[in-house]
Each structure stands twice: as structure tokens, then as C-alpha cells.
Design a protein around this ligand. Structure first.
Ligand code: TYM
Length: 341
């Protein structure tokens, strides 16, 4: 973490926050926030959510944006220390995004695998889906952030962000740093509860961080395990098992090494027992988050105050950077006297 000066990350307000988001990104944000204070910026990217027709509903967006902020605060982000804000509250994001759009080759955007995957699922593809990573580059570069904690699925977008920064610097003079992605080495790609694909809101294979314990248990109870363990007495190979993987995220390493792994291999514990132990470990971590969320729901103004403080801090960084960009790209500034140059 040496050399990091400013970090920024974002999350879409497209529904409940799941343990993939939590382990892949939010936990790292929280750690970095403790070290960097207000230089750690976290944004709820509501403009990005507009590109997702399955999840976007104008009547629900304000509620989901608020809930995403609440869930992040409950998970441990302290808005008094770090800078937590809503993307659309700082209008320079979309302004910078337009500038980058004019400088980014279409070919670079058509190559993005997330675009290809999402476009395939839609009859009519909105241009915003193609421009999505340009807005993401603007989110990051508007703050001249050097580090971006994300899951593995965002690496290609980060590579494009660096290219956008390089191209801008070449054309208009040194302006932006080339930000690096920061993965959580323990959980760069959390698998879904179906045991097949990456955990993802759009695949419906998630466990929400604020989900009812009884519903979490039901999902664990019916989740697939090592296929070799048909009967209770069949020995298993933990590294093939989804439940083992989740244990590595939530259970103490000694429990995994000294109990879960050897007992699975010698059929000393059954899968249901192993799942119960996982459930206990998960609720040890998620329980306090759920309690804090309930408290915040009873005092929603605390979330609003945090977001307003965050908006002010974010705007204080974004406004001068955007002005620097306007000047560098040659816009006539109000009251300037171009005939004198
Ligand atoms: P979003 O909202 O899809 O996800 C938020 C964060 O969670 C990570 N993540 C995962 N990590 C590990 N395993 C998983 N199964 C998993 N699912 C999601 C994502 O990698 C992400 O870090 N494009 C971004 C939002 C964004 C952004 C930004 C991020 C907009 N502007 C600027 C960083 C910086 C996205 O769709 O995240």
C-alpha cells in the first residue's frame, strides 16, 4: 500500500449489495479508508445504473442509491472519515466523461468483454452501455486517484482508464496519473451460490450482506458441495467445494486448516455440519453489519449528512481538476480575452 495517495472506487445502486461486492471491493475500501481518511473516495454510481435496463427504474433509483450508501456505512465505511458521495451530485463526472468520449476510439470500447456480454442480452443496445467505461474513467481521473480497489471483473476497464489518461496526457500535456487496480488477493472473484458462475446481481446467485439469516441458511443448505461426497461416509476434497471456498472468506484460518479440511477428507464431518459451521462464521461477520443497518434505518438523516459532507469534499477536488481540463482542451473560459493571446 506504500505510495498510495488517493483511492477511488464505485458501486452501482442496482439492488442489494452481495458478499461478492463486500469481499471483492468493500472490505478493501474500508481498510484503505482507515489509512487514508478523506483521500479515500467511494461513490455510488447512479448514472452507470441507467445503462442497466433490467435494474433501472426511475421510481426506485433514489431509494436504491440511498440503500447502497446505507449498506456501505453499515459495512464499516465511516462517512465522517472517508469521502462517500453520490456520482450525480458532482456533475463534473458526466462533463469529463464527454471530453474523454471525444478522445476514445470506438474500437477500444467494442473490445470490452463486459460490453459484449451485456449487449448480447439486449435487443436494442443503448450507446450508454458502450460508453460505460468512459464514464468510469472519468469517475477515477476526475480525482487524479492513483489506486482503485475492485474485483477482477473490472481489470479491463482499469486498463482502458490508463489508456485514456495516457492519450489525454500526450495530446494536452501531463494532467492525469495512470491509476492501478487493487485486488483483494483472497477474493478477486467470488463464486455465486449456484457454484457455477461469478456471484452477480444479474445472475440471481447472490447472498446479500443484509439478507435475513433464515434466507442465507436456506441458500447454504441447498448449495452444491464436492460431488464426490454422495453419502455422509464418502471422503471429500475440500478444494473442489464451494462451501470450503466460502469458509476461506469467513472462517478463522485455523478452523479451515485444522478442522474443515482434514475432517472433510476423512469424512469426519458431513456437508450439512460443515455448512452450519460456515453459517456461524458468516453471521459473526454479517450480524454486526445487519445490526448497524437497522440502526441507520431508524436514523436515516445520518446517511444523508454523510453523503452531503462527502459531496462537498468530492466537489472541492473535482471542480479545479475539471477547470484545468477545460483550459487544457481549449474551451473559451467565461470572461477570458482570447484575442489577447
Ligand atoms: P459493481 O457495482 O458491479 O460492483 C462493485 C464492486 O464489486 C466487485 N465485484 C466482485 N468482486 C469479487 N467477486 C465478485 N463476484 C464480484 N462482483 C462484483 C466489482 O469488481 C466492483 O469492484 N463498473 C463498476 C462500478 C464503477 C467503478 C467506478 C468502480 C463505476 N465507476 C470507478 C471503480 C471505480 C461496477 O459495475 O461495479
Amino acid at each position: 500500500m506504500a505510495g498510495m495517495k488517493r483511492v477511488l472506487s464505485g458501486i452501482q445502486p442496482t439492488g442489494e449489495i452481495h458478499i461478492g461486492n463486500y469481499l471483492g471491493a468493500i472490505k478493501q475500501w474500508i481498510e484503505l479508508g482507515e489509512k487514508l481518511g478523506r483521500e479515500a473516495l467511494f461513490t455510488i454510481v447512479d448514472y452507470h445504473a441507467l445503462t442497466n435496463p433490467a435494474a433501472y427504474d426511475p421510481a426506485l433509483l433514489p431509494k436504491r442509491t440511498f440503500e447502497a450508501a446505507l449498506a456501505n456505512i453499515a459495512a464499516g465505511l465511516d462517512p465522517e472519515r472517508v469521502t462517500l458521495f453520490v456520482q450525480s451530485h458532482v456533475p463534473e463526472h458526466t462533463e469529463l466523461s464527454w471530453v474523454f468520449t471525444t478522445q476514445t476510439p470506438l474500437g477500444d470500447l467494442f473490445r470490452m468483454t463486459q460490453f459484449k456480454d451485456k449487449a448480447k442480452k439486449q435487443k436494442s443496445v443503448p450507446a450508454g452501455l458502450l460508453m460505460y467505461p468512459v464514464l468510469q474513467a472519468a469517475d477515477i481521473l476526475l480525482y487524479k486517484a492513483d489506486t482503485v480497489p475492485v474485483g477482477e471483473d473490472q481489470l479491463q476497464h482499469l486498463e482502458l482508464t490508463r489508456e485514456i489518461a495516457r492519450r489525454f496526457n500526450r495530446t494536452f500535456g501531463e494532467t492525469f496519473p495512470e491509476p492501478k487496480a487493487l485486488l483483494n488477493p483472497k477474493a478477486p472473484r467470488v463464486p455465486g451460490i449456484d457454484g457455477k458462475a461469478k456471484m452477480s446481481k444479474s445472475l440471481g446467485n447472490t447472498i446479500g450482506i443484509l439478507e435475513e439469516p433464515s434466507s442465507i441458511w436456506e441458500k447454504l443448505r441447498t448449495a452444491p458441495t464436492d460431488p464426490a461426497r454422495v453419502k455422509r461416509s464418502d471422503p471429500g476434497e475440500p478444494t473442489r467445494c464451494l462451501i470450503w471456498r466460502y469458509h476461506t472468506y469467513f472462517s478463522p484460518p485455523e478452523l479451515v486448516k485444522e478442522v474443515i479440511e482434514p475432517e472433510c477428507r476423512r469424512a469426519g464431518i458431513g456437508c450439512v455440519e460443515c455448512k452450519r459451521m460456515l453459517f456461524d462464521s458468516m453471521m459473526k461477520e454479517l450480524g454486526p453489519i445487519q445490526e448497524r443497518a437497522a440502526e441507520l434505518k431508524a436514523h436515516p438523516e445520518r446517511v444523508l449528512e454523510g453523503l452531503e459532507e462527502g459531496r462537498k469534499r468530492a466537489a472541492a477536488i473535482a471542480e479545479p481538476v475539471m477547470e484545468e481540463v477545460r483550459e487544457k482542451i481549449g474551451l473559451m473560459r467565461p470572461g477570458s480575452r482570447p484575442w489577447e493571446d
